[in-house]
Unconditional design. Structure first.
Length: 341
């Protein structure tokens, strides 16, 4: 910023050959006087300091040579000149003409106000940044708490396969299954290469393929049985791309233990297979003898039998029909259960 707005265009003048005693009071009040020669041309600026230092009787003899500045001079430059020449006032010249005076106090007052204003703005921004930082920390703590409370393993991995974030479950699982500490920055591919067996290599290749698909923007879900050093589990893995400003910055890997559910499903499948087998046996092996009994009872010549035998044959026939009905209902129930699957 230039000194233009701080130029005092109103100033008092004094003839060069005036006596210093006659202008002392005037000089003290104005703090600076422009000295003119016989042609009323400015030849310098007189200050109380000049009179004290020189102790002459004429004004012209007390003048101290001072540099001048232009209206386009920067405030910092004007203050530097004043500092180097040990003066509190400078004449402002424009195309060889005196346009006014510039005072050090005016410039310092402005600079001080600007500094205070800047400090206030900086303090305001610092306060706002602290508030934003506090909110970010709180948001991160809340997010961390939410992710740590889930029963799923959550890991955020960068495109270069370095681990950016993981929740408490992931850290606990790493210790429990591999006796290894999970750390941010480590390469997750190195982590999965711990198992050099064929099954381990297959798992590594499958993981890398699914992860690369997520980095390409695809959501991938897999369910597979995974062999660990001491046990095996059915796991559901979800790979999802993570975007920031429409750019993929990594992928999340969410792993959920579905071992109990999968074992339950397998048990149900085995039960259904057993039920199908029972239905088939009932239909092909059990019902056939019953049908034979019903057929034989229908062709027996009852006229040659005693009443007691006829009664027994009737009871046998009724019992066989009931057994046939039970077998038929069992087969129908098994078939309906199979159709509902």
């Amino acid at each position: 910023m230039t000194i233009t707005r701080f130029i005092r265009h109103q100033y008092d003048v004094v003839p060069a050959y005036s006596g210093t005693r006659s202008i002392k009071d005037h000089l003290v009040q104005q703090s600076a006087l422009v000295v003119q020669d016989e042609n009323e041309q400015p030849i310098g600026v007189l200050t109380p300091q000049d009179v004290v230092q020189h102790s002459h009787t004429l004004v012209i003899d007390c003048l101290t040579a001072r540099p001048t500045v232009s209206p386009e001079c920067a405030i910092e430059e004007a203050l530097r000149v004043m500092q180097e020449t040990h003066t509190d006032v400078l004449a402002v010249m424009d195309d060889g003409n005196l346009t006014g005076l510039i005072y050090k106090n005016d410039l310092l007052a402005y600079v001080t106000d600007q500094k205070k204003s800047l400090e206030g703005e900086v303090n305001k921004q610092v306060t706002e940044l602290q508030a934003i930082h506090k909110e970010l920390v709180l948001s991160r703590q809340i997010l961390q708490a939410v992710l740590d409370s889930t029963q799923s393993t959550v890991i955020l991995v960068a495109p270069d396969y370095s681990i950016l974030f993981f929740n408490k479950k992931a850290g606990d699982e790493s210790q429990a299954l591999y006796a290894r500490e999970l750390k941010t920055g480590m390469n997750i591919l190195d982590y999965t290469l711990h198992d050099t067996r064929v099954a381990g290599r297959y798992l590594f290749d499958a993981f890398k393929s699914d992860f690369d698909r997520a980095l390409a923007g695809e959501s991938v879900v897999t369910e597979r049985k995974v062999q660990f050093p001491e046990t095996s589990r059915w796991l559901r893995a979800e790979y999802g791309p993570v975007f920031y400003q429409e750019q993929i910055i990594g992928a999340t890997i969410t792993v959920t233990d579905i071992d109990e559910r999968q074992r339950h499903l397998l048990q149900i499948e085995r039960q259904n297979e057993l039920l199908k087998h029972i239905s088939w046996v009932q239909s092909h092996y059990t019902r056939q003898p019953v049908a034979t009994i019903l057929g034989l009872t229908s062709i027996i010549e009852k006229s040659t039998l005693s009443e007691e035998n006829i009664r027994i044959i009737s009871m046998l026939e009724a019992t066989a029909q009931k057994l046939d009905e039970v077998i038929r209902n069992t087969v129908l129930t098994a078939n309906s259960l199979e159709e509902e699957r």
